[in-house]
Design a binder for this molecule. Structure first.
Ligand SMILES: Nc1ncnc2c1ncn2[C@@H]1O[C@H](COP(=O)(O)OP(=O)(O)OP(=O)(O)O)[C@@H](O)[C@H]1O
Ligand SMILES: [Mg+2]
Length: 314
């Protein structure tokens, strides 16, 4: 279930989805992790004339460079060690439908060239094959990096960037969406209360304040998880408590002496959680970010923020 929210930036996103719904335009969806890029991609497919046709997704980051080409274009039997059978690639599977290239910024340079050709000519060959295959595929791409910056840094081909960016959709971070955080929280309460057989009261003042003051580095995904947790932890009163929005594993924010540390705002909890995660991971930022479900970039930004504020970070 989707709830778009009402802030101006999300209204523009909705209008854009409407406007291009019957076109085959290539769309580049940009936004931080958890802002709803995949939700937008699905909405674009479902609103299109291809809705009944396949919707195929490839994660360009999760697969090794060598396997990614075969993932995209398929391979012939014997094309490389392990290619014991002919295999169709995602472009073929998506024929007549939509192909979502997730995390497009991660695609290696030599494959960028090959992708450019498919986007221009809708033609390719399977790995180890010489037959040219034509497909009718609508391409959507997502990235949580600023792709233009990647172009300027020489990591992403400019010509491919312009091919992909025919229609740009920029998703705002949740912290920039004003009262949408409350709209979405209520939406997720409606979703999770029946799921966990709970009857939940309207959000109280303290919860509202906490939700609004927190930075939500993991965006809508983090809010969704936080609401589900708070719903699960709610008691018979059906009241959601600000402290129940704390991620599992860091429950009971104590000062180490078993005393309640008196953490007042979620922003404060966020700081404590990040510092603890770093501590547990021996200051390995990558691991700490993974543990919290936030990007390394967000982790770095937070650490810089705390340094500026004079909080000691090792
Ligand atoms: N408008 C929305 N309404 C309801 N749920 C939403 C909305 N936007 C995002 N979500 C939920 O938030 C979670 C994250 O959304 P999504 O996977 O689309 O984000 P993303 O931008 O693709 O994240 P990532 O960069 O990490 O891949 C999903 O569980 C999704 O269902
Ligand atoms: Mg995604």
């Amino acid at each position: 279930m989707v709830s778009w929210g009402e802030c101006p930036a999300m209204k523009r996103v909705q209008e854009m989805i409407q406007k291009i719904s019957t076109t085959d335009a290539t769309v580049l969806i940009q936004g931080e992790s958890g802002t709803g890029k995949e939700v937008v991609a699905r909405a674009l497919h479902e609103g299109s004339l291809r809705a009944e046709k396949p919707f195929i997704r490839v994660n360009c980051a999760a697969i090794t460079a060598t396997l990614l080409e075969s993932e995209f274009f398929g391979h012939e039997k014997g094309a490389f060690t392990g290619a014991v059978q002919r295999r169709e690639g995602r472009f073929e599977l998506a024929d007549t439908g939509t192909l979502l290239l997730d995390e497009i910024s991660e695609i290696p340079p030599d494959l960028q060239v090959k992708l450019l050709r498919v986007l221009q000519e809708r033609e390719f060959e399977r790995v180890g094959g010489n037959k040219t295959i034509s497909v009718d595929v609508r391409v959507l791409a997502t990235t949580n990096r600023n792709l233009l910056q990647e172009v300027r840094a020489g990591r992403f081909r400019e010509d491919l960037y312009y091919r992909l960016n025919v229609v740009p959709i920029e998703l705002p971070a949740l912290r920039e969406r004003g009262d949408d955080v409350l709209k979405l929280a209520e939406h997720f309460v409606r979703e999770f209360a029946p799921k966990h057989r709970k009857k939940i009261q309207p959000l109280g003042r303290e919860v509202v304040m906490s939700l609004k003051s927190y930075g939500w580095p993991g965006n809508v995904r983090e809010l969704q998880n936080a609401v589900e947790r708070a719903v699960i932890l709610s008691g018979d009163s059906g009241e959601l408590k600000a402290e129940d929005f704390v991620p599992a594993g860091s429950a009971g924010m104590t000062d180490g002496k078993g005393q309640d540390s008196g953490v007042a705002t979620i922003a404060e909890m966020e700081r404590v959680m990040i510092l603890r995660a770093l501590e547990r991971c021996g200051n390995n930022r990558t691991h700490a970010a993974e543990m919290l479900g936030i990007s390394l970039r967000t982790m770095r930004n937070k650490i810089n923020e705390y340094r500026k504020a004079g909080t000691v970070v090792v």
